[in-house]
Design a protein around this ligand. Structure first.
Ligand code: UD1
Length: 339
């Protein structure tokens, strides 16, 4: 069975490619390398010992996308491709709406033309905005997002729901990711952000590697046990396995399935820093800084529905995530090599 991964060279896409190929799926990757490198695809092939069909295209380009559907019988699309930097989305909202919505619409049109009916979407816990209570369940309100990036995720969810309502043969799975960190246990695949990272773990590993001076902890006056922000960090390999489960679900169900992919455990920024130091033996100097605008105090999943319906649950501990993040950075201090 062939699965098209848009953005398959990226952090979550590349790990998902490995898990799918290890389960016997054939993988086709479409990626314009806007925030990823071709080397990631070669490493997927190295880990699995299998070939990936790679198309270096922008999936908003309908002609180029169609070439993939002409050359392969695509059973399912997993749509990872998208711009995802929160701060950048505030500065360039039109670019975010244009890119994230166009790619999705072009995919839906092309899938309809070729009779492809299964679509798994990379959504985000960001669609819940500032949740009234935690843990967050899938039926809680969505849409009150504080930035254009989050709004594109919410809007795409609405587009997909409308498409499924109009065409009952479609099978759509919305996966709402919590905070993916960690790296492949081989150390070959990892998160490789451009420039200075804005997310916590990519920043921590750069401080640990001596490339940045210290971590700024954004606020220690939140109503949380130690005052720092609490999130649901999930190992990227666990997250990747959630996609394998989602494909099986899409095979057996039509309509829209919505699932949180998180661990159900909340950890504070200082929990992450201290666990990282314990797991790796490497120090991470930090200072307490002002709150970051748009941040919320607490966000963690109820993963119960994913367990009950998909039979999936996260297996890795926060220590595993810290250790794997660090091992990959230590093995690849300059990230993926350029071509
Ligand atoms: C953010 C986005 C989310 C997006 C994710 C990945 C929101 C509300 N959330 O998640 O939609 O999917 O990024 O791009 O927009 N922190 C520090 N110092 C740092 C960096 C982070 O203290 O240098 C703290 C933050 O204040 C937060 C926690 O670490 O409490 C996690 O931050 P981050 O990794 O950026 O993820 P989110 O903000 O949860």
């Amino acid at each position: 069975m062939k699965v098209l991964l848009t953005g398959g060279a990226g952090f979550i896409g590349s790990h998902t490619a490995v898990e799918l190929m290890e389960k016997g799926y054939e993988v086709v990757i479409a990626d314009n390398f806007a925030n990823s490198k071709p080397e990631a695809v070669r490493r997927i092939e190295r880990i699995t010992g299998k070939k990936v069909a790679l198309y270096p295209i922008d999936v908003a380009d309908a002609d180029k996308l169609e070439q993939i559907f002409r050359e392969h019988t695509i059973d399912t699309v997993i749509h990872f491709a998208g711009l995802k930097a929160v701060g950048e989305s505030v500065r360039y909202p039109v670019m975010y709406y244009r890119n994230n919505l166009d790619t999705t619409l072009t995919l839906l049109e092309t899938m309809a033309k070729y009779g492809c009916r299964k679509f798994v979407f990379s959504s985000s816990a960001t669609v819940y905005g500032d949740p009234a209570t935690v843990p967050i369940t899938e039926d809680m309100p969505t849409g009150d997002c504080s930035n254009p990036y989050g709004k594109t995720k919410y809007m795409i969810e609405q587009i997909l729901k409308d498409a499924a309502f109009a065409d009952p043969s479609l099978s759509i799975v919305l996966l709402r990711y919590f905070n993916p960190i960690g790296a492949h246990s081989s150390g070959l695949l990892f998160e490789d952000p451009n420039g200075i990272p804005s997310n916590l773990m990519p920043y921590i590993v750069k401080v640990a590697a001596g490339k940045l001076d210290h971590l700024n902890v954004f606020g220690n006056d939140y109503p949380t046990p130690d005052g720092t922000g609490v999130r649901d960090y999930i190992h990227v390999t666990d997250l990747a396995k959630g996609h394998v489960a989602a494909i099986s679900y899409a095979d057996q169900n039509s309509g829209v399935g919505i699932f949180n992919l998180g661990t159900g455990k909340g950890y504070s920024v200082l929990d992450v820093v201290n666990t990282f130091i314990r797991a790796t033996g490497v120090n991470v100097p930090y200072v307490i800084a002002p709150r970051r605008p748009g941040d919320i105090a607490e966000c963690y999943a109820s993963p119960d529905k994913a367990l009950k319906v998909l039979g999936w649950r996260a297996e890795h501990s926060l220590e595993d995530m810290c250790r794997d993040s660090w091992n990959a950075v230590a093995a690849n201090p300059d990230g993926y090599p350029e071509d």
